[in-house]
Design a protein around this ligand. Structure first.
Ligand SMILES: [Zn+2]
Length: 104
């Protein structure tokens, strides 16, 4: 088995390693101190982008000490992604990062 490539996403100039193994029962997860974001391999790539974006919002909230609740993160996720997609912004680069983190 080939080793998975190490993939990082940048959140506020802090590299976070992109992994594929959240805890059981979660589609995504962020560990703030070790700076690891996990997106489940069970999630199709398109939805994976939403999961990654959601976890990145948690990261932004943490690093800027915004103290956003889960509810507010969900609302921001839906609102910002709707805005981007409705205005033709392609999130393909994020999809590629997730794809790359899944390659064996
Ligand atoms: Zn969340």
């Amino acid at each position: 088995m080939k080793k998975r490539p190490v993939v990082h996403v940048d959140i506020l100039s802090k590299p976070h390693r992109l992994s594929t193994k959240p805890d059981e029962g979660y589609l995504g997860q962020i560990e703030y101190t070790s700076r690891v974001i996990s997106v489940s391999e069970e999630v199709p790539l398109d939805e994976g982008v939403d999961v990654l974006f959601h976890e990145a919002l948690h990261g932004i909230s943490f690093h800027l000490d915004l103290k956003l609740s889960e509810h507010k993160v969900k609302l921001l996720e839906a609102g910002v992604l709707q805005f981007l997609r409705a205005n033709g912004v392609k999130l393909t680069p994020l999809k590629r990062l997730i794809q790359k983190s899944r390659n064996r």
